[in-house]
Write a protein that binds this ligand. Sequence first.
Ligand code: 2M8
Length: 444
Amino acid sequence: MPDSGGGGPALRDRAAAVLHENDAGGWTRAAPRLYPHQWSWDSAFIAIGWAHLDAGRALTELEGLFAAQWPTGMVPHIVFRAGPDHPYFPGPEWWDVSAVVPSLPAATTGICQPPVHALAVRRIWQLTPADARPAIRARIQALYPRLVAWHRYLATERDPEASGLVTTYHPWEGTDNSPRWDRALARIQAPDPGPYTRLDESELGDPSQRPTNWDYDRYLTLVELLRKYRYDDGLIYQHYPFLIKDVFFSAVLVAANAALLDLADVAGASDSDRETLAGWLDRGRAGLAARFDARSGLCADYDVRAKEDIRLRTFATFAPLFARTADAGQRDVQLQLLDSADFCGHPGLHWRLLPSTSPAEPAFESRTYWRGPVWPVINWLLTEALTALGATDRAAQMRRESLAQIAGNGDFAEYYEPFTGEHLGSQHQSWTAAVTLDWLSAAS
Ligand code: 2M8
């Protein structure tokens, strides 16, 4: 009998049903109502879920996303695919991308999200049945150059210093209202995006879980500035106020470069691509090592504009683990920190899972989005990393507790209150269902 974390086969069926329910025909809504379009890193996790049901459908998810890749190589954070019956704020008019990139098949935003996509392609290939391999291999070969171009964009335009660290331009490039961005947002001069009406608060029914209007004023002001600089990375680097060397984003890129190297034979990658990927991988690891403090065990983001470290205890602290560090010293210090009272060893936690912000941080808020709650996708990335690092017992425990947390009720919540385990945010969140499918199969 598979260890299904308390959910049994029924949990698998329910997770699969969420993906089918959110399937809009070749692409999957991130959530049925709150997030009705195609989101970039959601799609990558979603493809991992689809891979357990249908490898071809999984690849279609990514092919559709990469069809909206920009000429720079950037994969946009949202592809606006849902029609007018599915409102979302802010919509395409706020980004006005067609003025700059007229050739795209659909409207998109002008920023990006962590590059989980190569991890998804590797999982799809691992799960492809033998008889489907020739067809799937051909499709991976076609997609591979686009993945390399995406990583090249991150390694060059988003890292003009060649530091190995990706510069992010906006809180929406992953973890919206994380306290990691508070000081940088507070420095934005005269934020005034003009009048706007948010939809998320009424959609969710509990505004206290969402970013505040103070946050949204700044998010939208940043969008206006990006539009003003016509999404030109050079101009943004010269003039724009929000530039962060994001260690979590950078760690995902390291893991994704390793995944592309793993796929190199399948994809028939050239020697030059292999060399380039290996170079980015080494540089990424060195960049993270430079942000790591062996005494505290913390890995810190860096605010390029303010020239200051962002020393906060959040999930991003564990960037070296997420990047599957090859340095045993870093690994051991971080594994200890992970189970310390500041993180998973906090006595009040309902499950021993990594919260988005440490309960010991003054900015911690247990019910508010990226300021405290547990996010299954982050814990999925961590279980993958722990497994790769040989901490297999800890990974298995995290997987079991994650499944138990999700199985508590059939809603596949977006995020979870760390002390009570309460299910929060959107329901039927696609990426929660997707990682459930992956964890269940690992447990069998
Ligand atoms: C959240 O972000 C969107 C904006 O992109 C929002 O708050 O409206 C974040 O959790 C983000 O990481 C995620 O990709 C997105 C869709 O699940 O929702």
